[in-house]
Unconditional design. Structure first.
Length: 94
């Protein structure tokens, strides 16, 4: 299983489309979109917050250790120079 954040963005969407032909994909979403499981499409989507350690432990317990984690998500990317983006996405991903 491969975990991907940012799977609804431009790069993530195309990468997910290619990868799910061969692997089960777990899409990690910071947004309030509905979680789902699509067995035919090899895709599971869950709401996730990288800063919440208990969520990480829960995902490991439910899905096991991923083969790979691809972090493409930035959340609220309307303005790449906004204070919100810099403080919550850039600085917290370092």
């Amino acid at each position: 299983m491969i975990w991907i954040s940012g799977s609804s963005g431009f790069i993530g969407h195309h990468l997910k489309t290619k990868l799910k032909r061969h692997e089960k994909i777990l899409c990690l979403s910071f947004s309030d979109e509905e979680a789902f499981f699509d067995k035919q499409q090899n895709e599971i989507k869950v709401k996730f917050n990288f800063q919440d350690q208990s969520m990480i432990k829960d995902l490991f317990a439910e899905f096991g250790v991923p083969q790979s984690v691809i972090h493409l998500g930035w959340g609220r990317m309307e303005d790449p120079m906004s204070d919100y983006h810099l403080e919550n996405n850039v600085y917290n991903s370092v």
